[in-house]
Design a protein around this ligand. Structure first.
Ligand SMILES: Cc1cc2nc3c(=O)[nH]c(=O)nc-3n(C[C@H](O)[C@H](O)[C@H](O)COP(=O)(O)OP(=O)(O)OC[C@H]3O[C@@H](n4cnc5c(N)ncnc54)[C@H](O)[C@@H]3O)c2cc1C
Ligand SMILES: NC(=O)c1ccc[n+]([C@@H]2O[C@H](COP(=O)([O-])OP(=O)(O)OC[C@H]3O[C@@H](n4cnc5c(N)ncnc54)[C@H](OP(=O)(O)O)[C@@H]3O)[C@@H](O)[C@H]2O)c1
Length: 487
């Protein structure tokens, strides 16, 4: 007799007799069927580093579990594909490790499945023993100042998506026909965006940047890029490798004002190592004479202790003409300094403003406990609060901070508690039979699931197209076209 049949008979008998002991037996038996069955079925939502690293740790830690990975886009790898800058190919090598895992037989990739729309989280909980949310942070923070929605104000997130071929940003169509761009924020994303605007086209054309953005950047008139920080040089959010790349940009001057470093240069020796190296690089740059004093080549500069208060419009009120900044001073304990406005203002004329003040996660399903202020799923070490069998990892767990490797440590913490809970059988057991496949379930809803083999076809075609024009790949930036490739 099949396990399912036994379960149904037991359920029926428990309903008929409705006794506490029978319900207890049914519960115990259900748990026995699904978890000590004993091949736990795991669903991971999102195929970025957090999803893959969590899968890797779980597979290492339990010899029988299997994983379905559901991804909104037809293609895997999250921000490794759609965030990491085109001129950082070495960072994307992690894709090889993720691909090996996806081809190993225990992790099944299902692309083109939007959780929260194509399937609810509650439905996933019925189908799996464990659901792990690792769907990243796909929105971005706003400044909340007048003029923020004028033509010519873009989020760095959308700009990054545009040059990296993210389908929803394909039509961004940024206007680069002004001479000055202002980027708000001094984190690594801000530096990526500045570098893409200022790197010579002959370098960019050998990367996997999308052809349409390469053509637009080739026609760009932007010569001056400002990076605006609300705090001082010692609080800067970028890291040394990225800053060094900016300083070394060919045909481009780095402008750091000596006045910003006068009081800092003697403190450098006492700073913690990473901060010391970063600050020393800024000090050296500020006090080294520029190559081109005529100002004929491009340049970027950092302005500190300034917060935007208004994006200034052109006379017709439609487009960006400049940005108003309020000068700040710092208050607070060392290491916890915050910016306080001084009431003094300055305006910078510009035609493009890029807001790069951080990403933000959103809630994809109302049944998931979500802290909208912090932009994270409410959790304790990866266990979603008050929902047994649900976990989270990556940016949706801890906020939009940290590099790819940070997701590894984070995924290890989440998988540790999952494995602990599997051992202790603390979660709600799933109710699906061996034969019910997620792919079948989704197909019945009209969703065209993309397997990892399907992705390989897209991958091959992209590399072939790239090869033809001397690039590592030419990304397909249309979902319809991707789906067409595998039909
Ligand atoms: C512009 C940029 C550049 C970066 N460059 C570097 C770098 O050079 N080096 C480095 O180490 N780190 C870099 N990082 C940081 C790194 O990308 C992140 O630390 C990491 O990607 C976070 O992993 P994650 O899996 O949490 O999120 P993500 O990588 O965002 O993955 C989340 C996945 O979930 C999917 N998803 C979203 N919603 C749903 C849904 N409803 N249903 C199903 N799937 C869904 C998304 O499509 C995505 O594939 C960069 C980050 C940014 C923003
Ligand atoms: N090459 C790489 O390794 C790479 C590339 C890209 C991204 N990443 C990683 O991805 C993560 C996200 O990067 P990110 O650049 O988006 O975020 P980030 O590192 O948090 O930087 C955000 C920047 O925006 C500023 N900011 C925030 N709110 C603001 C406001 N209201 N007004 C003005 N300024 C504001 C911050 O200043 P305060 O410090 O004052 O808050 C900071 O300068 C980071 O951990 C980053 O290292 C890595």
């Amino acid at each position: 007799m099949s396990k399912l049949l036994v379960l149904r008979m037991l359920k029926k008998s428990a309903c008929l007799q409705n006794s506490t002991s029978n319900r207890y037996i049914l519960g115990t038996f259900q748990r026995a069927l699904c978890s000590s069955n004993s091949k736990p079925k795991i669903c991971i939502v999102g195929s970025g580093p957090a999803g893959f690293y969590t899968a890797q740790s779980l597979i290492k830690g339990h010899k029988d579990l299997t994983i379905d990975m559901l991804e909104r886009l037809p293609v895997p790898f999250g921000l490794v594909r759609y965030g990491v800058a085109p001129d950082h190919p070495e960072v994307k090598n992690v894709i090889n490790q993720f691909s090996t895992l996806a081809e190993g037989g225990r992790l099944h990739f299902h692309g083109n499945v939007n959780v929260g729309k194509d399937v609810t989280v509650e439905e996933l909980r019925q189908m799996y023993d464990v659901v792990v949310l690792s769907y990243g942070a796909e929105a971005d923070k706003e400044l909340g100042i007048p003029g923020e929605h004028l033509d010519g104000v873009l989020s760095a997130r959308a700009f990054v998506g545009w040059y990296n071929g993210l389908p929803e940003d394909r039509q961004l169509n940024p206007s680069l026909d002004c001479d000055t761009a202002v980027i708000i924020g001094q984190g690594n994303v801000a530096l990526d965006v500045a570098r893409m605007l200022l790197t010579p086209i002959d370098i960019l054309k050998k990367t996997d940047i999308t052809q349409y953005s390469l053509e637009r950047i080739a026609e760009s008139k932007i010569k001056h890029v400002y990076l605006i920080g609300r705090r001082g040089p010692l609080q800067i959010a970028c890291t040394i490798k990225e800053l060094r790349e900016m300083v070394k940009l060919p045909e481009c001057n780095a402008i750091l004002h000596q006045k910003d470093f006068e009081h800092i240069k003697d403190m450098v020796a006492d700073l913690p190592r990473a901060k010391k190296r970063l600050t020393q690089l800024m000090v050296d740059t500020a006090f080294t004479p520029m190559d081109d004093k005529t100002g004929s080549c491009k340049n970027w500069r950092m302005e500190f202790l300034r917060s935007p208060t208004e994006v200034l419009p052109t006379q017709d009120g439609k487009k960006v003409a400049g940005i108003r900044l309020e000068m700040n001073k710092l208050e607070g304990k060392i290491g916890q300094e915050y910016a306080v406005a001084t009431g003094n203002f300055e305006d910078i004329p510009c035609g493009l403003v890029l807001r790069s003040i951080g990403y933000k996660s959103t809630c994809i399903d109302k049944t998931v406990p979500f802290d909208t202020k912090k932009g994270i799923v409410i959790n304790d070490k990866g266990r979603v609060t008050n929902i047994k069998g649900m976990y989270c990892s990556g940016w949706v767990k801890r906020g939009p901070q940290g590099v790819i490797l940070s997701s590894l440590n984070d995924a290890m913490e989440t998988s540790k508690v999952i494995l602990e809970d599997i051992r202790n059988e603390v979660f709600k057991p799933c109710q699906r039979s061996e034969k019910q496949s997620t792919r079948h379930f989704l197909q019945e809803r009209g969703v065209q699931c993309i397997s990892f083999n399907d992705w390989k076809k897209i991958d091959d075609l992209e590399m072939e197209r790239g090869n033809a024009v001397g690039k590592p790949r030419e990304k397909i930036a249309s979902i319809q076209e991707m789906l067409g490739v595998v039909k």
